[in-house]
Write a new protein. Structure first.
Length: 237
C-alpha cells in the first residue's frame, strides 16, 4: 500500500479520509441516505462519477459509507482501491436481492455466507481449480446475532452473484435446486477481493422481489426503507 497512490482514478479521497471499515451500497442515493441517518458529522470524500462517499462516526466509532455501482466489474474496482490504496480492512455490502426460496419473503434479510457465480472474475487469479468466495465468519456471526437481537427475519446461506440482469436464457431453477437463497450481482467479487488482499467482507441483502411468487418492491422503497440490513451492518462497527 502506497499513500502516494491516492487519489485513485475512481476515488477522489486522499489517504486517511476513509475509515478502516466501509459500508457499501450499489446505489449512491442509498449511501447518502445512510450518511444522513446513521452518521454523526458526515464529510463527503468522493463524488467521482457520482459515486458518493462519506466518512463520519457511528456511536463514537469512525466509519465510511460509499457506493459501489452495479455488477462485479464495478464493485471489483472500488473494493480493490479501498483495500489496496486506502488501508480499508473491512467492507460490508448492503443491497437488494431476488429470492429463490418460497420461505424467504420480501423484506427478509439474507446473510451471504457464500457466493456462487457465473462470472469469470476469478480467472485473473489463475487458480488451479474453483475458488469458493465466502464471508468473514466473525462478521457473519455478528450479523446473525444482530438479527436475533433485533427480531429481524433472516436466512444464512449461499447467494448467486450473476453477471447478467436480463438473461437471454435464465437458469434460476438450477440454482434453486441447489438451495441457493437469492440472486444479486456483486458479493462474489467482493469476497474474492477481500480474500486476495487478506481483509474482511460480508454481504447483507434485503429481499426486494421474489423470483417464484412475483412479490416486488418499488425503486423508492428499496432506496429509503431497507433500513433493517443497515441496522445490522452498523451494529458490526
Amino acid at each position: 500500500m502506497k499513500k502516494t497512490n491516492t487519489p485513485t482514478p475512481h476515488i477522489g479521497a486522499t489517504f486517511g479520509e476513509i475509515a478502516e471499515t466501509v459500508i457499501m451500497a450499489g446505489d449512491p442515493l442509498r449511501v447518502k441516505f445512510m450518511a444522513e441517518k446513521f452518521l454523526d458529522n458526515p464529510v463527503q470524500f468522493n463524488n467521482v462519477r457520482g459515486m458518493l462517499g462519506f466518512t463520519g462516526t457511528y456511536q463514537g466509532k469512525r466509519v465510511s459509507v460509499m457506493g459501489h455501482g452495479m455488477g462485479m466489474p464495478s464493485i471489483g474496482i472500488y473494493t480493490y482501491e479501498l483495500f489496496h490504496f486506502y488501508g480499508v480492512k473491512t467492507i460490508i455490502r448492503v443491497g437488494s436481492a431476488g429470492s429463490y426460496q418460497r420461505d424467504l419473503h420480501v423484506g427478509d434479510i439474507v446473510i451471504a455466507l457464500g457466493a456462487c457465480t457465473d462470472s469469470n472474475y476469478a480467472a485473473q487469479f489463475e487458480l488451479p481449480g474453483t475458488f469458493s468466495p465466502i464471508a468473514d465468519f466473525q462478521l457473519a456471526r455478528g450479523a446473525v446475532d444482530a438479527c436475533e437481537r433485533m427480531g429481524y427475519p433472516y436466512k444464512v446461506g449461499n447467494v448467486f452473484s450473476s453477471d447478467v440482469f436480463y438473461a437471454e436464457n435464465p437458469h434460476s431453477d438450477k440454482w434453486i435446486n441447489m438451495g441457493v437463497l437469492a440472486v444479486e450481482m456483486e458479493i462474489a467479487a467482493l469476497y474474492m477481493n477481500a480474500a486476495r488482499s487478506g481483509n474482511r467482507a460480508l454481504g447483507i441483502c434485503t429481499v426486494s422481489d421474489h423470483l417464484i411468487t412475483g412479490e416486488a418492491t418499488t425503486a423508492e422503497e428499496r432506496q429509503t426503507t431497507f433500513t433493517r440490513m443497515m441496522d445490522v451492518a452498523f451494529s458490526l462497527i
